[in-house]
Design a protein. Structure first.
Length: 116
């Protein structure tokens, strides 16, 4: 289990699945001005998706460790926030695999990594 802010817990595999789903939604689910919304280009997001997929397959726990650099964590937080904004709340859990509330917990956990 992965404990978030002492208030809830999420399985690391669900966190990985959610982040992969959010990257996929940003890449394919809706129209995005990558530079304006994320501060990066589509190619970088696609490469991050591929790397994250490999990382999650190898060791989900590594995702929320020091192996995730600041830029990656910031991009993942921004992708998650963009999905919360763009995906209808009634479809969010179906399309992304976790609730809106849990998505915010993941964002908080990633933000804590950024602050370290």
């Amino acid at each position: 289990m992965f404990v978030v802010n002492g208030t809830g817990s999420l399985c690391l595999s669900h966190v990985c699945d959610y982040l992969l789903n959010s990257l996929n939604e940003v890449l394919n689910g809706f129209s995005v001005d990558f530079n304006a919304a994320l501060g990066t280009d589509r190619t970088t997001v696609l490469e991050s998706y591929r790397q994250l997929k490999n990382r999650c397959a190898d060791e989900p726990g590594a995702l929320l460790s020091s192996s995730l650099n600041r830029n990656e964590a910031e991009m993942l937080v921004n992708c998650s926030r963009l999905c919360r904004k763009e995906v209808d709340s009634e479809e969010f859990q179906t399309r992304l695999g976790i609730s809106l509330e849990d998505a915010m917990l993941v964002e908080d956990a990633l933000a804590n990594l950024i602050e370290r």
